[in-house]
Design a protein around this ligand. Structure first.
Ligand code: PDD
Length: 288
């Protein structure tokens, strides 16, 4: 039996109910977060909590910072109660503006936000990481606040579906002739021997894995230039990488049906993958 968290209660998934008037359902009016848990330890909780606070403040949902901090214990209990304290798991959290009769403007003050969280077993896709993945390019049709992790994910849903229909893992999104990010990952590339990624700002999600990889590069004196990769540069990149909570660092070996570099994960991909692995599994010894 799966136990989930909903509005202060730990209950069986089958009994977790939300109103048909919930603004998450009606408007996609909410913020979510996905954390990685390894042997019961949440990876980079502080960064995830800070991003959740930024998103919730960004769309003006009335939920205290202390309630967000309290979600750490909720995640830990979900992991324990669902028998996920050993090995790998993820926890999904979502905060919506709550349930109220449908108006585009905000509901009456005092409408309680809906807070939901659920833990699942995570199986690291090692084959995919070791051999690399296929990706396609797709237009970035999302809105202009991609820095907010809202549950409105249609741009990502349609991008990932186009990728799935092409037998690919990810859609690499292009806006105004440059790569922004993947549908559910940040994108790094090696162009003319230099590692590049889109700078932070309103056009990409400030990925936690991106932040960790950037910090690891700095610690290891690996140069990074945070300027967007253009469509032309994308075609001649010697390496492309997807980074994210459930993707780690994964090389793209085929883009729109053409090999990237040598058609296998390149040296920088392997290096960043190893550095991230060391950080992910640092507190649990060999880990895997
Ligand atoms: N997606 N960019 C987008 C658009 C994302 O949705 C995600 C994460 C990332 C990577 O961020 P992070 O390293 O914090 O996971 C980048 C999550 C995993 C999801 O939607 O399931």
């Amino acid at each position: 039996m799966t136990t989930v968290y909903l509005n202060g209660e730990f209950i069986p998934k089958e009994r977790a109910m939300i109103s048909v008037e919930d603004r998450g359902f009606i408007f996609g009016d909410g913020i979510y977060e996905v954390v990685r848990v390894i042997d019961g330890r949440i990876f980079e909780w502080g960064l995830h909590a800070a991003r959740l606070k930024y998103g919730i403040a960004g769309i003006r949902i009335a939920l205290d910072a202390s309630a967000i901090d309290g979600l750490k214990a909720v995640c830990e209990r979900l992991v324990n109660d669902n028998g996920l304290a050993d090995g790998e798991a993820t926890v999904y959290m979502q905060v919506s503006r709550g349930a109220a009769p449908r108006t585009h403007y905000f509901p009456p003050a005092g409408t309680a936000p809906t807070v939901y969280a659920a833990a699942s077993r995570f199986v690291v896709p090692r084959d995919q990481r070791d051999s690399g993945v296929k990706a396609i390019t797709a237009p970035d049709i999302r809105w202009l606040r991609c820095d907010l992790k809202t549950v409105n994910l249609l741009g990502a849903v349609l991008g990932r579906q186009a990728a799935a229909e092409a037998g690919a893992y990810e859609a690499i999104l292009l806006r105004d002739g440059v790569v922004t990010e993947g549908a559910a990952t940040n994108v790094f590339g090696v162009v003319d021997g230099v590692v590049r990624t889109h700078p932070l700002g309103n056009l990409i999600l400030p990925g936690i894995t991106r932040a960790v990889v950037v910090a690891l590069m700095r610690e290891n004196n690996i140069a990074l230039v945070e300027t967007p990769i253009t469509h032309d540069e994308l075609r001649r990149a010697s390496e492309l990488m997807l980074v994210g909570t459930t993707t780690d660092v994964t090389g793209v070996v085929l883009l729109d049906g053409k090999p990237v570099g040598a058609g296998a994960p390149g040296p920088m991909t392997l290096r960043l993958q190893a550095l991230l692995d060391a950080r992910l599994y640092a507190a649990v010894g060999a880990g895997r």
